[in-house]
Ligand binder design. Structure first.
Ligand SMILES: [Fe+2]
Length: 318
């Protein structure tokens, strides 16, 4: 195991509505809602919804800021993580193709990348794209929601793709700053991995020299950042010092995110990466009741009812 930057921890999206996210991630893909909280950057109340396996393990967490109520739109493009790919068992994509189609989710591609079958589909409520890859060597427990048979259920992340107009400095970053190793290429995709490239330890870099640059600000319809696990705050400090020592000084201070402590760096490929240390989801609610109620950080607790009214982004799980 890497004692430095590890595998994929969570991905954070700017989406449309809370209900749209619940409909896709919870009802259709069978993820559990493991935390309802708020975006703590800025002042407007925006949900921060965490979906993942039932225990909210690193490597399974898709988090969403439903930004439609704010009115600001973002654009997808280069300089972003552009694809989030989840792992399913071998043969499962026949089931998923039918399930997604029945539920009004548009399949955009059924293809192979690096020799594995991938089903690509669109979030019906915003323009983000996701993938399901058939991976026979994923031994993680299946997601439990949505009435999906365990033999087809999602296991967690497989890989994320960074879309970039130029790969040279991103290649340097992946190897020298992020301790990922190149594994090979398939068309415009170059694959990088840590710890030998098991599931949730893979980044693909998609080289598209003519791609339109995507937004970096918060707004509906973009993947904002991807977070990678670090084993301790000491290692986080060390990563920051080493990466800054390479001249890549666009690294944030440590931010306390309630359930993680995080630092953020703008990569040369444009995508925002985070190195995060988990604190656990049971810091503010019991482990067997994760995600059932809105949790607000201590400084806003007295204003919780007012914040819930101002959120004005209702959703139902049923
Ligand atoms: Fe994050």
């Amino acid at each position: 195991m890497s004692d430095r930057i590890g595998g994929l921890h969570h991905i954070t999206l700017c989406t449309g509505s809370a209900q749209g996210d619940v409909d896709l991630f919870y009802k259709t893909l069978g993820m559990s809602l493991v935390k309802q909280t708020l975006l703590y950057d800025g002042s407007a109340p925006i949900y921060h919804l965490y979906f993942g396996n039932d225990t909210g393990d690193a490597g399974t967490l898709t988090t969403a800021f439903p930004f439609r109520r704010d009115g600001r739109k973002a654009k997808r493009g280069s300089g972003q993580i552009d694809l989030c790919c989840y792992s399913v068992p071998l043969g499962a994509n026949t089931y998923w193709k039918e399930r997604l189609t029945e539920r009004g989710v548009t399949i955009t591609k059924d293809y192979e990348r690096f020799g594995a079958r991938i089903l690509q589909f669109e979030h019906p409520d915003c323009n983000l794209t996701f993938e399901l890859i058939e991976e026979p060597n994923d031994l993680r427990k299946p997601f439990v929601g949505g009435g999906i048979p365990p033999e087809y259920a999602i296991r967690g992340f497989h890989n994320w793709t960074v879309l970039t107009r130029d790969t040279e400095d991103m290649d340097f970053f992946m190897k020298e700053a992020w301790n990922y190793t190149p594994l090979g290429t398939d068309g415009s995709f170059t694959r990088y991995a840590v710890d030998g490239g098991e599931v949730a330890k893979i980044i693909d870099v998609n080289h598209q020299p003519d791609a339109r640059p995507g937004s970096w600000f918060y707004g509906e319809g973009m993947i904002h950042h991807g977070a990678f696990g670090v084993p301790s705050l000491d290692v986080q400090d060390q990563v920051k010092a080493e990466v800054e020592g390479l001249g890549l000084t666009d690294f944030s201070d440590r931010k306390h995110r309630g359930y993680f402590q995080s630092i953020y760096v703008r990569t040369p490929g444009g995508a925002l990466f985070e190195a995060t240390h988990s604190l656990g989801f049971d810091v503010d609610e019991p482990a067997d009741k994760l995600g059932q109620e809105l949790q607000v950080s201590p400084q806003f607790r007295s204003q919780k009812a007012e914040i819930e009214r101002a959120l004005n982004d209702p959703f139902v799980l049923a």
